[in-house]
Write a protein that binds this ligand. Sequence first.
Ligand code: FAD
Length: 429
Amino acid sequence: MARTATKSVTRKTVAKKPAPTAAAERTSPFELTELQKELIAVVNEIGPAMAARAYKHDADATFPFEDYDDMRRAGLLGICVPKAYGGLGADYSTYCLVSAEIGRYSGATALTFNMHVACSLWTSYLTDSLTMTKAERAEHEHNRRIHYARMVKEGKIYAQPFSEGGAAAAGKAPFGTLATKVEGGWVLNGKKIFASLSGAADYYGVLATEDKPERSRRDTLFVAVPADAQGASVVGPWDPLGMRATVSRTLLLKDVFVPDEAQLMPRGVYHQAAMRWPHMFLTLCPTYMGIAQAAYDFTVKYLRGEVEGQPPVKRRMYPTKQIAVAEMFIKLEQTWALFHRVIRESRIDPAKSDRLRAYAAQYTVMENCNDICRLAIRTCGGLSMLKSLPLERYYRDSRCGSLMLPWTAELCVDRLGRETLYEPGETDE
Ligand SMILES: Cc1cc2nc3c(=O)[nH]c(=O)nc-3n(C[C@H](O)[C@H](O)[C@H](O)COP(=O)(O)OP(=O)(O)OC[C@H]3O[C@@H](n4cnc5c(N)ncnc54)[C@H](O)[C@@H]3O)c2cc1C
C-alpha cells in the first residue's frame, strides 16, 4: 500500500514538474514589462554557457572574457544606455532584474557587469533627474555621447574602482586619489584597491577629489581613465576566497592625464547623486539575489536526485532535508519580496522610509544570500562541497556580499540604527 502511494506521488510529481521560468518572473508580485521579459529571456539563453565556464574562471581566478563576448553580442553592454544613444534604454528596476538573472549563472560575471553598467545607469537615468545648470547639462550631453558610443558601438568595458582602503568608499572622507586641473583635462594620482575587471576593462571609472587647498567630498570627480593611459598600471596578486573571476587587483595612477571629456559627470554632480539618489548604491544586490536563487535551485535538484552527472540518489524523503529546504524557501521569498519592492522605489530624493528600506534590503539580500548558501551546504552534505559542483562556489561568492562598500552589512546597521532614532541635525547635547 505504502509502495503504491509512493509510486503515484512520483508519477504525479513528474507530470507536474513546472517548465523552468526566469527567477525574477516567478518571484515578482508585479507584472514584468515586455523589455524585462525579453532581456531576461536573453540571459536565460546565454546563461548556461556562463555557468559552464564559471568553474574554470573561479579555479584560475581569471576574467570571463567569453561571457562578455556573449553579453556584447546580445547588446547587454548597452543595457542602460538610453535608446537615443543606441542602447537598450533599460531603467533601474529592469537592470536589477536582468542582473539577478545573470547572478543565477555566474555571480562573478554579474558583479563585474554591475560595475560596467553603473557607468551608464548613473550617467543617464540617474543624472537626468539631478539639478544641473544649462552649461553643465550641455557638457554632460557631449561627454556621455562619447562614453555611450564606446559601450554600444565599440563594445568597450567600463569598471568602477572607488575603494582605497580608507574611509572614502564608505562615504566618510574625501577620496585620497587626487585630480589636478590642467589645460584641457586632469592629472590623476592615487591608488584604488579591489579594482574589479582589472586588466580586463577598457576604461576605469575612477572617483577622485579635486586637488584644492581644502579637500571636500563635494569636489568628487567621476572620470573614465583608459586602461592603456600612460601612468596607469595594475599591480598585486589576486587570490581571494570568493568572487575570484572578478579579478579585483590594485590600480595605480601616477600622473595620468585624461582630457576633460573623460568626465562621466560634471564637476560636483557625483556628490549630489550620492546624496539624493541612495539607491545608486543598491545595484550590487541583484548579483547576490541571483546567487541565493541558484543555491536554492541547486538544493532542490540535489535532494530530488536530479543533478546532472550525479548518481540519481534522492534525499528528499528525510524530514530534516524538508525542514532545511523549507527554511531556505522562506528566506528566499522574504528576500525577493523586499528586493522587488525596493528596486521599484528607486528615485531622486526618496522618502525617508524608502531610504531606510533600501538599507534594510541591502542588508537582507547580502546576509540572507550567505545564509541560504550555508543551509544549502549543510543539508546537501559533504558531496555537495566538492569543487565539481557549483554550491561551494556560491557559498564562497556569497560571503563577499556584506563586505561591499559603501553599504556593507555593518554600515547598513550603523545607518539604520542612527537614522531611525535621529532626524537630520538632531543631537542629544
Ligand atoms: C570581490 C570584491 C570585489 C570588489 N570590487 C570592487 C570594485 O570594483 N570597486 C570598488 O570600489 N570596490 C570593490 N570592492 C571593495 C569593497 O567595496 C570594499 O571597499 C572592500 O571590501 C573594503 O575592504 P577593507 O578591508 O578596506 O574595508 P574597511 O574599509 O577596512 O572596512 C571593513 C569593515 O568595517 C566597516 N566600516 C568601514 N568604514 C566604517 C565606518 N566609517 N564606520 C563603521 N564601520 C565601518 C565596514 O563594515 C567594512 O566592511 C570589492 C570587494 C570584493 C570583496
